[in-house]
Design a protein. Structure first.
Length: 564
């Protein structure tokens, strides 16, 4: 329902429009309209340009996307996680947690203006390796060269793919799959050795342990055995607190790589010089082969003891010799050199400030978070207010459910909870404690409301905890719309082909589909609105006359003349 540069939406879609589109594609007369450019704010205060295609272009792009996905999806590298089926930020982070054990250095990859600097000729040459249909390649080139409208002024596109276009994500993956393949070859050349050497100190203590074990086996005197056992126990404790491998062993090197869209994280077991050399090699490859620029200032080399930032998480290595009894019953050190994913406290602080849910206070020189009322919500209904807070808490909770310190989100919930109390108090001009008492439901806080069917329901404030969860493969974790296809007993295509108006009952005539953005936006004052609400459909198949009359507000109210 979002308008393109031509001002049209999907409302009024018909067989005739689709037939004309097919014919234009057959004769190659089809020409994509320029995208309508809008801007959305970024976290750093800048703005991100988005290109909104016309409805017909969206339809063609979706078909092109399906074809490209069928050709390329099975051949994409396992290290690529962005904009792919059953993959998400969580699967990328989970792979890092499993594969980056023992990492010494992180390389936080940042490609300068990736989507705006994709070279069209390089992209077409990559596509031509797998696709022999030049008509199809010409169609993709038309989309790349379609341009955009900004303030009603046309701009050519000489490079890049429009962010917001349906085919842009998969074209980006096809483009950067070349980087994935290069990193795989680089890993084969870089990796060295099968295991680290044993550290001299650990080897010395291990020899002492074996000597004591041998003495214990030969000793028959109970007093001497007790003394040896005591020394053996002490040696075992010293061994458990001594690193087994030599951290400075240059004969053992490893490279790990994970990419999500144009962000990637490289883990290096090696020296800082190795990490710097790898950064230079990656930059040279991107420039020479893909005509992209690696931002040397933003592509940071971070020691694993510090924290690297990737996909909104802080990533570090745990330094611990703490012993732990494994499933086999043996005492083992299972925590050392493992990847730790953390919720960045500064990010959560900025999120709360962005919501307007708190203000910063200084108490004895220490930063303090104080919840505050969100006055812009005062004019909303009670249900809308609690739903707003619940949705924001669940969004943060779901995304950071992989974090080792996910329980820290209780601080986030506390601020949001008391901000909500203060918002209700400001709305009703009363005190916070009166609001808590008024809306108390058992030990929780809830709002009672009446459904459309007259039933009494209660919406409780979020109280589901913040325990860690397994990684989600659902794309909505990343804020992307689901691309699943849900068939009903009366699919939209069949209703178009039936050529029956669902209002006046006329048959055998061209049909146009009336669309609304959301059912909840319908007031129900008109009969056609009540019909759509009753059927729980955002669409209605109408003849041309009925569709025109609907938009004029003159649609006949004779219910008995239409087919239910």
């Amino acid at each position: 329902m979002t308008k393109g540069a031509d001002g049209k939406t999907i409302d009024g879609m018909s067989i005739e429009r689709i037939t004309a589109l097919i014919q234009a594609l057959k004769t190659e007369e089809y020409k994509p309209a320029p995208s309508r450019r809008v801007y959305i704010p970024k976290k750093n205060g800048k703005q991100r340009p988005l290109g909104i295609p016309s409805v017909e272009d969206k339809l063609v792009q979706e078909v092109v996307r399906m074809l490209l996905e069928g050709i390329y999806e099975s051949s994409f590298a396992n290290t690529s996680h962005g904009f792919r089926p059953n993959r998400s930020c969580h699967t990328a982070l989970s792979m890092i947690q499993k594969r980056y054990t023992g990492t010494k250095w992180f390389i936080e990859g940042d490609i300068s203006g990736f989507f705006d600097h994709i070279d069209h000729e390089v992209l077409i040459s990559i596509l031509r390796k797998r696709i022999g249909d030049e008509r199809f390649l010409r169609l993709i080139r038309k989309f790349l060269k379609a341009g955009y409208l900004e303030e009603w002024k046309f701009h050519n596109t000489y490079s890049g793919t429009p962010q917001g276009g349906i085919i842009s994500p998969i074209l980006a993956n096809i483009y950067l799959d070349q980087l994935d393949q290069y990193m795989n070859e680089l890993k084969k050349k870089f990796d060295r050795g099968t295991k680290r050497k044993t550290s001299p100190e650990y080897a010395k203590i291990a020899r002492r342990k074996r000597t004591l074990q041998q003495k214990l086996a030969k000793c028959a005197d109970p007093y001497q055995r007790s003394t040896i056992q005591e020394k053996l126990w002490q040696t075992q404790q010293t061994l458990l607190n001594t690193p087994a491998s030599d951290a400075m062993d240059n004969s053992f090197k490893r490279l790990q790589y994970v990419r999500y869209a144009d962000d990637f994280l490289v883990g290096v077991i090696g020296s800082k010089m190795d990490a710097m050399t790898l950064k230079e090699e990656i930059a040279q490859y991107l420039e020479s082969s893909l005509h992209l620029e690696l931002s040397m200032e933003k592509t940071l080399i971070t020691h694993a003891n510090s924290k690297a930032r990737f996909l909104g998480y802080d990533i570090t290595i745990r330094k611990s010799n703490q012993p732990h009894k494994g499933k086999s019953g043996r005492i083992q050190r299972q925590f050392g050199n493992k990847i730790v994913l953390e919720v960045p406290k500064t990010l959560i602080r900025n999120k709360l400030l962005g919501y307007g849910a708190m203000k910063m206070m200084l108490h004895c020189g220490t930063e303090s978070w104080k919840p505050k009322s969100r006055d812009f919500l005062k004019d909303h209904s009670d249900l809308e207010i609690i739903d707003r807070y619940n949705g924001e808490i669940r969004g943060i909770r779901n995304y950071y459910s992989l974090a080792n310190n996910s329980s820290w989100l209780h601080h986030f919930k506390y601020v949001m909870e008391y901000s909500m109390y203060k918002t209700f108090a400001a709305k009703y001009r009363t005190k916070k404690r009166n609001i808590i008492e008024k809306y108390r439901v058992g030990k929780g806080f809830g709002v009672t409301f009446t459904t459309a069917t007259g039933q009494q329901r209660t919406r409780l404030f979020y109280d589901e905890g913040f325990a860690r969860k397994p990684p989600s493969t659902k794309p909505d974790i990343d804020g992307m719309p689901s691309k699943g296809i849900f068939w009903t007993r009366n699919p939209l295509a069949e209703r178009l082909k039936a050529q029956i108006c669902e209002w006046c009952g006329a048959a055998g005539i061209p049909i146009e589909i009336h669309h609304v953005r959301k059912l909840k936006n319908l007031s129900g004052k008109n009969e056609w609105e009540r019909v759509m609400q009753g059927r729980r459909r955002k669409t209605m198949a109408l003849c041309h006359n009925c569709h025109v009359n609907l938009h004029k507000g003159t649609l006949s109210q004779q219910v008995e003349s239409r087919i239910r």
